[in-house]
Design a protein around this ligand. Structure first.
Ligand code: FES
Ligand SMILES: [Fe+2]
Length: 421
C-alpha cells in the first residue's frame, strides 16, 4: 500500500517552506512512524550499517538494522561487503540471531534450516526432493528465485552504508559531494580504523528528538555542565555549523578559542575550572589528550548523517553512533568506539580513557539521552502544538557561530520533503 495514501497529512505543519517549527504529532504518532519506515528508511537514503573494520575477514558478519528492519552485513570471499534483510525467504524467521560472528560461508535459518550464502542467495533446502518418495518441493522450485532481500552497499572510507533504493546516487553525492560534511567525514576516516568497543543504550524517546539533539549546538554549553566547567566546549568558541543536502550536518569547534576574551579564565582554560573553581576532577589526566592530532585546532566535531548516523570527535575520542528506531517512542542507540590501526600505545590509552566522556554514561553525552526522554514525556498528548526553532534565524544555512538551531531547521526541511508533508 502506498504510505502516502495510508497516512493522511493531518498534522499541523506551518506553511510549506517554513522550517522554524514542527508539530509535536511527528514525535508520538505511530502512523507517522510507519510512514518514516517506508519513505525515509526504505526510501532514497543511505543508512549506516557499521564499520568495515567490524567485518574484517571473509565470513565475518554483523547483524544490524535499517530503521526497524533487521539486516545482516557480511564480507564474502571476494573481499566485498554485502548486506541483506534478515528475514528468511521461507517463512520469515530471523536467519541470523546473534549480533556478530564469523561463518563458514553459510547462514542457516534455525526453523527449517534453509541456508543462504554470504551474499544472501539460497543454497540449501532440506527435503527439497522429498524423503522416501514423499513430499519435497514442486519440480519448478528453483533456489535462485528465493534469495534474501538484498541491500545495496557502499564502503565509504571504512564507513559502510546500505540502501533499499537501488537507484540512489552514491554515498559521496548523498553526503553532499564537494561539501564541508564530506571533508569532515574524510578527515576522521583518513586511514584504516580499529574498533575499540561498543555500548548500547535503549532510550524511551522518538528517534527524532535525538536527531535534533545531534544537530543542536545551542544546548551544548547549557545542558552539558561538564563541557562548560572544563572548557571543552563553550558557545563563544571558534566554530560553526555546515549543512549539505539540507539534513546532513556538521558542528565543529575549537576549545580554548573563546571569541569573547572576558569568558576565558586563562589561556589553558580547557584544563581549568570555569565556574568559580568549585569543580575539579580527581584525575585530571582524563583531559590531558594529544593536541593537534589531525594537524588542526578542531577539538569537537559532530557529524549528523541522516537518517541514522552520528560520527564524532570529542578531544581524542572517536565514535560512531547508530540510531535504531523501534517505534514512535523508543529507539536504541549503538555506540562504536574506534581509533586508528596505526595508533601508538599512548594514543590507545588516551582514547580509552577519554571514552569516559562519551557513551551511555559519559560525562558529556549522558544528558543527551535524558534530554530526549524528557521531551517525549512532555509531549505524550500534544499533536497540534508546535515547538520553536528560531535561534539564529528562521532559515537553514551555514553559520560561523554556535548560537543557532539552523541545522535542526535543515533537518525538518528535508524531512518534510521526503515525507511529502
Ligand atoms: S522460516 Fe527459515 S527455514 Fe523456514
Ligand atoms: Fe549534547
Amino acid at each position: 500500500m502506498d504510505a502516502r495514501v495510508m497516512t493522511p497529512n493531518d498534522l499541523n505543519w506551518p506553511p510549506a517552506g517554513e522550517c522554524d517549527s514542527v508539530p509535536y504529532g511527528v514525535f508520538n504518532d505511530p502512523e507517522v512512524f510507519d510512514r518514516e519506515m517506508e519513505l525515509i528508511y526504505q526510501g532514497p537514503t543511505w543508512n549506516f550499517l557499521g564499520l568495515a573494520a567490524e567485518v574484517p575477514n571473509a565470513g565475518d558478519y554483523k547483524a544490524t538494522f535499517i530503521g526497524d528492519i533487521p539486516v545482516v552485513v557480511t564480507r564474502d570471499n571476494d573481499g566485498q561487503i554485502y548486506a541483506w534483510e534478515n528475514r528468511c525467504a521461507h517463512r520469515g524467521a530471523l536467519v541470523v540471531r546473534d549480533n556478530c560472528g564469523s561463518s563458514d560461508g553459510s547462514h542457516t535459518c534455525v526453523y527449517h534450516q534453509w541456508s543462504f550464502n554470504n551474499q544472501g542467495d539460497l543454497i540449501g533446502v532440506p527435503f527439497r526432493r522429498g524423503l522416501g518418495g514423499n513430499g519435497g518441493m514442486p519440480d519448478d522450485f528453483d533456489m535462485q528465485d528465493y534469495p534474501l532481500r538484498k541491500i545495496r552497499v557502499e564502503d565509504y572510507n571504512g564507513a559502510v552504508f546500505g540502501t533499499f533504493d537501488w537507484d540512489m546516487e552514491d554515498v559521496d553525492t548523498y553526503l553532499g559531494g564537494d561539501s564541508s560534511v564530506n571533508d569532515h567525514v574524510k578527515r576522521i576516516f583518513n586511514r584504516p580504523v580499529k574498533v575499540l568497543g561498543h555500548a548500547r543504550q535503549y532510550i524511551d524517546s522518538n528517534w527524532k528528538f535525538y536527531a535534533e539533539n545531534t544537530k543542536d549546538p545551542y544546548h551544548a554549553s547549557l545542558l552539558h555542565l561538564f563541557h562548560m566547567t572544563f572548557g571543552l566546549y563553550r558557545s563563544s568558541q571558534t566554530g560553526g555549523v555546515r549543512l549539505s543536502n539540507d539534513w546532513n550536518t556538521v558542528l565543529f569547534s575549537e576549545s580554548g578559542t573563546d571569541s569573547d576574551e572576558s569568558l576565558k579564565e586563562t589561556s589553558d582554560a580547557h584544563l581549568r575550572t570555569y565556574q568559580a573553581g568549585d569543580y575539579s576532577l580527581e584525575d585530571m589526566s582524563l583531559l590531558a589528550g594529544r593536541a593537534g592530532e589531525w594537524n588542526d585546532n578542531t577539538t569537537l566535531v559532530i557529524l549528523s548523517i541522516m537518517p541514522s548516523l552520528v560520527i564524532q570527535q570529542i578531544q581524542n575520542t572517536l565514535a560512531v553512533r547508530q540510531i535504531v528506531p523501534k517505534n514512535e517512542k523508543e529507539f536504541e542507540l549503538v555506540w562504536t568506539y574506534f581509533g586508528y590501526e596505526d595508533d601508538d600505545p599512548e594514543l590507545d590509552a588516551i582514547r580509552l580513557k577519554q571514552i569516559n566522556l562519551i557513551g551511555p554514561a559519559g560525562m558529556i553525552s549522558m544528558e543527551d539521552g535524558e534530554s530526549s526522554v524528557i521531551c517525549q514525556q512532555a509531549i505524550s498528548r500534544s499533536r497540534d502544538a508546535r515547538n520553536v526553532l528560531q535561534m539564529g534565524g528562521k532559515t537553514a544555512e551555514d553559520q560561523d557561530h554556535l548560537v543557532t538551531e539552523t541545522t535542526i531547521r535543515g533537518f525538518w526541511k528535508k524531512y518534510r520533503e521526503l515525507m511529502a508533508y
